[in-house]
Design a protein around this ligand. Structure first.
Ligand code: M6R
Length: 609
């Protein structure tokens, strides 16, 4: 959740790590800080608030250093203040550390240290870790050895990055659970919590494994296991160019990523569908495994969970394959009944979501087959699943997920069709599905042309106190994702339900100020949805309908109508409906002056449970 950056080499390290932090801004943060070497001591500058606050403090006078580490914090232990911001010193101010994750036993360690006379300046678990390292860093012990010993005393899921003024030629890092990526350069080396921060400097990266320690000098990178044994480094070449992680002329990453969806739809199918309409998912279990699977459990959080609901809809309605969807954060505590023939699917954009990772590990302990649907290559979930299908959506920077959702749902459709092929599911016309899927990019482009009309609607409804998102069938699942977008970026309270549930209670909330957005893309239940709309309007509520282009009656029924192109399948129509919903949330948030790419209280990659 926190952003981590580090650099050692001939460039000005202060500028480099500050730039890297800027590239990690999307992760969400509330304070930031930097430590850099100045002569025989470490200088630390840190500020609560936006990165610009740190920039103001840092660049009042030029700073030059060949080694620096930097951090943007998403508060866990202690509020977002200057004191709690990272880096933190050890008790002798010889070592400065930054940290991502949580040290679970920090209270007992702190008590021990206080009893020994240690004084703390912050409320953080990080400062406790710094002091533990300080205790181990004595009598000529190298920094990496101190870090290794200290890590054994720390419990939790964390990554640490350390520097010391007594060893001014190295950065040491520890990856326990939270991600750390090393960037390998020529006469310079660096690290970050996420690949986009490294891209302007190098495309050669090495993703550290859990429980390993890295030592970076300007000319070398070494990685060791927790017993100090050297581990060979096999760098990965990253193809994404810098532009794919930049705004490219759009006001916000979110808008850019909404607009990338047609391209993402092409990328998802690239190489997975051939001209004769056959789906090819290389490497995703042998064919005989698929015929054995008796049920699917989909496990994910947030938007990925909503994509999972769409997966369930496809698997059950098209394949008749029993499927459940779980919130990752609840999965472990429900002591789930798992058939040995079942398949567990983990959906995650980042591949690092702590709850999803924990659920994956539980399934592995129980020897259940696991499959990841993941965007970030090399991420923990991608690496730990038995098999992974990559969503191929490119880097998603905005905290509010858009293109990752589209890609995840498309992958579910492709996977479902692949299973239909392998299991020879009667009645599923894979070729016809494939030909509709191959039109989705063009249809998503058409949805984007609705933006001007959507802006007008956003202007009319932007002050609503509450918004309902309603639908039936797949539209009900898309409604959940539409609602999440509005609440997370525009801070407007939402209620999301299958439309038929309204009369069982939620209707009591309808007033003349409340707007209800109905997904009406499924013609087989449209009449029933219109009846639900009438029930809302009869109580003075206003209704916006998203329907398909062939619908000639909706304008008479709804207060506002958005028409999207129609495909042969309700599932795909519902998926297209997410595009206007994303645009509507985006423009309401923009008109209301909200911070779109970094919504309050939220972070992009949720690496704490
Ligand atoms: O990286 P993941 O897909 O595992 O993340 C899951 C959720 O944290 C994420 O989808 C979150 O709900 C987004 N902010 C939604 O826009």
């Amino acid at each position: 959740m926190c952003g981590i950056a580090g650099y050692i080499g001939p460039k000005n390290a202060v500028d480099v790590v500050f730039d890297q932090l800027k590239r990690l801004e999307y992760r969400g943060y509330d304070s930031a800080g930097i430590a850099y070497l100045q002569g025989d001591h470490i200088e630390v500058t840190k500020r609560a608030g936006k990165l610009s606050e740190l920039g103001k403090a840092l660049f009042e006078t030029p700073k030059i250093a060949q080694l620096a580490i930097a951090h943007s914090r998403w508060a866990t232990h202690g509020g977002p203040t200057n004191e709690n911001a990272h880096p933190h010193y050890d008790q002798f101010e010889r070592v400065a550390i930054i940290h991502n994750g949580i040290i679970e036993n920090y209270l007992e360690l702190k008590q021990e240290l206080v009893a020994k006379g240690h004084k703390f300046k912050s409320q953080t678990d990080t400062e406790v870790a710094a002091h533990v390292i300080g205790e181990e860093y004595a009598n000529g012990v190298p920094l990496e050895e101190a870090a290794r010993k200290a890590s054994k005393r720390l419990r939790g899921a964390f990554s640490l990055v350390l520097m010391s003024h007594t060893e001014p030629d190295k950065i040491v890092c520890v990856r326990n659970a939270s991600p750390l990526v090393l960037g390998l350069g020529n006469g310079e080396n660096m690290l970050a919590s996420d690949i986009p921060a490294l891209l302007p400097y190098t495309r050669e990266v090495f993703i550290m494994d859990e429980n390993t320690i890295g030592v970076l000098t300007k000319d070398s990178v070494h990685v060791y296991d927790s017993d100090g044994r050297s581990i060979p480094i096999k760098p990965m070449h990253i193809e994404w160019d810098v532009a794919s992680a930049e705004r490219g002329g759009f006001e916000h990453f979110m808008l850019k990523e909404i607009y990338e969806q047609p391209q993402v739809m092409r990328q998802v199918t690239a190489g997975r569908v051939d001209d004769s309409g056959v789906v090819r998912l290389e490497g995703v279990f042998n064919e005989n495994v698929w015929t054995e699977i008796d049920r699917v459990n989909i496990i994910a959080c947030g938007t990925a969970y909503h994509a999972g609901l769409m997966g369930k809809h496809f698997f059950e309605s098209t394949l008749r394959l029993p499927t459940d969807v779980y919130f990752s954060s609840e999965f472990r505590y429900g002591n789930p009944v798992l058939s040995p023939k079942s398949l567990a699917i983990f959906v995650s954009q980042s591949g690092e979501t702590a709850d999803t990772l924990a659920a994956l590990r539980l399934c592995k302990e129980r020897r259940i087959r696991t499959l990841g649907i993941v965007n970030v290559i090399g991420s923990s979930i991608a690496r730990e699943c038995d098999r992974t299908i990559f969503t191929q959506a490119g880097p998603e920077i905005s905290v509010a997920s858009t293109k990752a959702y589209t890609a995840q749902v498309m992958v579910f459709a492709l996977l479902g069709l692949y299973i239909a092929q392998v299991q020879e599911v009667p009645g599923v016309r894979v070729e016809e599905w494939v030909s509709e899927i191959m039109r989705m990019d063009a249809l998503a482009e058409e949805c984007l042309t609705l933006e001007t009309d959507i802006i007008k609607m956003a202007e009319e409804i932007k002050d609503m106190p509450l918004c309902f998102f309603l639908g039936r069938g797949a539209d009900a699942f898309v409604a959940m994702e539409g609602a999440l977008k509005l609440k997370e970026i525009a801070y407007i309270p939402t209620q999301e339900y299958p439309a038929g549930e309204m009369k069982h209670g939620p209707l009591a909330l309808i007033t003349d100020k409340v707007i209800s957005i109905f997904g009406c893309t499924d013609s087989t239940v449209r009449d029933k949805v219109v009846s639900n709309m009438k029930e809302v309007q009869a109580r003075a509520g206003k209704c916006l309908a998203i329907t398909t282009s062939d619908d000639t009656l909706m304008e008479q029924a709804a207060d506002w109508t958005i028409k999207i192109p129609k495909t042969k399948y309700d599932f795909l129509n519902a998926l297209l409906a997410i595009v206007p919903l994303q645009l509507l949330s985006y423009h309401i948030a923009r008109l209301n002056g909200c911070e779109i790419d970094q919504p309050r209280n939220l972070a992009k990659s949720v690496t704490v449970e």
